[in-house]
Design a binder for this molecule. Structure first.
Ligand code: SF4
Ligand code: SF4
Length: 454
């Protein structure tokens, strides 16, 4: 069977066996939740509530501030305790709404008790779909947290012919998307059709890596069986499932587009530029929930894994739940655990406390015991980092340029195309922290540009 892929990349140990057979369990909502107003790419949302307000489950508590922003909703009913800066898994504290849960789950009246019928969904215009997705605060749930309503609204001079559903989940250890695909195939497919209606795409490709055999077999059946939101057959997008080689980072948008369509997104460009839109499978389900039930994005599936936790699990968690509460639900962490990462082990962010909340982009909570950090040696010019970079960059040179503050040169060498996948650092025999240099360089260049345009 043909397996699609992209050039370069790496094969880290998958370690999916720790959770891949574990069905999704629900973490009970905690007594106190901290819901950050900045969980997405772009500007933080503006609060709509005040200290002491009584709020409902699913109520909008902060409004998106401009195009590149996303609204935030309460994941429980209860009382607003405070709105203050709070630790965030991204690193720096951000303003957050602390909610005391009343345990009653009094639901916002805008959320429909049952799904709209397919006929009702079919009557919605592209504009109405986009409004519902925006209203629900849906963002990319694969980690980047880009506002979905923006992604589904390409510029008029960039026609979209293909919508790619990203079911790769190429990060080692994570299996939340795999379990989600096995549990909600119809919702995911219908969400993709809504995306096609919004973008004008006439083809859906569902890309799944070959280490997710059950999900692949299920989707091969369900692309034929799942009812369509398009009532007329002539309007229906063509649905297909594509098998991908298990390789990291297969799920990075540009790699996935190349692997499936052999289209190359130009340097500095976006998937729009080659007629495609890519969405993660969890985002597709969130689109369906937002449109068919007016249900905001207030909970998500997270993989809890690693040798540092007592019970590895896939769990459904309300946004704003503290990480320590989720870990407690998984039997707590082992005494000798000394590393906590939010996200996957390759691209996730190391944490210094378990008192940070789950946010919309939290795909994994990984904890384990590591021995001392490896010693760093000088570059031996082996070029392994160059040979494995999926973006065809020269990581060793870029890291040096950043180190000596030659930022404009680093930009001309394409540093902004780095997707921070960590493949170069993983493969480097001298254990040089390449990604840290690349991240630093990108941050400096982007903030310089922002200051200039302001
Ligand atoms: S330079 Fe960036 S894109 Fe290339 S391997 Fe390193 S982290 Fe990944
Ligand atoms: S892999 Fe490491 S040692 Fe080899 S060229 Fe790249 S930075 Fe240098």
């Amino acid at each position: 069977m043909k397996r699609h892929t992209f050039p370069h990349g790496i094969h880290p140990p998958e370690l999916k066996h720790l959770t891949e057979s574990k069905d999704i369990e629900t973490v009970p909502a905690p007594e106190t939740l901290v819901i950050p107003l900045h969980q997405h790419f772009g500007k933080p949302a503006k609060p709509l509530v005040e200290k002491g307000d009584d709020i409902f489950l699913g109520q909008k508590i902060a409004e998106s501030d401009g195009l590149f922003s996303a609204s935030v909703h309460s994941s429980v009913s209860g009382k607003v305790k405070s709105i203050d800066p709070f630790s965030h898994p991204g690193g720096s504290p951000v303003p957050a709404v602390t909610v005391i849960n009343d345990g009653e789950d009094r639901t916002d009246s805008k959320i429909l008790k049952k799904e709209m019928s397919l006929e009702e969904v079919a009557r919605l215009s592209s504009k109405e779909i986009l409004e519902k997705v925006k209203e629900a605060g849906v963002v990319g749930m694969g980690g980047a947290a880009f506002p979905t309503a923006v992604k589904l609204n390409p510029p008029s001079d960039k026609p979209i012919d293909c919508f790619i559903l990203n079911g790769c989940e190429c990060e080692p250890m994570l299996t939340a998307d795999d379990r989600l695909m096995q549990k909600y195939p119809h919702e995911i497919i219908k969400g993709a059709e809504l995306a096609c209606k919004a973008t004008g795409a006439k083809r859906i490709i569902i890309g799944i890596e070959d280490n997710k055999k059950k999900a692949y077999a299920l989707f091969c059946q369900q692309v034929k069986n799942c009812p369509s939101i398009f009532l007329s057959e002539s309007e229906r997008p063509f649905r297909e499932v594509a098998l991908l080689k298990t390789k990291y980072p297969q799920g990075a948008e540009k790699n996935l587009i190349y692997a499936l369509l052999k289209r190359e997104v130009p340097r500095g460009g976006l998937p729009f530029d080659v007629g495609t839109v890519v969405q993660n499978v969890a985002t597709s389900k969130a689109i369906w929930d937002a449109v068919s039930r007016n249900r905001p994005l207030y909970e998500r599936i997270v993989t809890v894994s690693g040798s540092g936790v007592n019970e590895t699990k896939n769990v459904s968690v309300r946004i704003g739940t503290p990480i320590y509460h989720v870990l407690d639900f998984c039997g707590g962490i082992k005494e000798d655990a000394n590393l906590l990462i939010i996200g996957g082990p390759m691209m996730g962010i190391v944490q210094w406390t378990t008192d940070v909340p789950v946010i919309k982009g939290t795909s994994g909570i990984i904890t384990w015991k590591v021995s001392q950090a490896p010693l760093e040696f000088s570059c031996i010019r082996c070029s392994r980092c160059v040979d494995h970079c999926p973006m065809r960059l020269v990581p060793t040179q870029l890291a040096k340029l950043v180190k000596y503050d030659h930022l404009s040169e680093a930009e001309s060498w394409g540093i902004l195309d780095c997707v921070e996948c960590g493949s170069c650092q993983y493969i480097c025999p001298s254990k040089i922290p390449l990604v840290q240099w690349l991240r630093l360089g990108k941050t400096k260049i982007i903030s310089k540009k922002r200051k200039k345009s302001a």
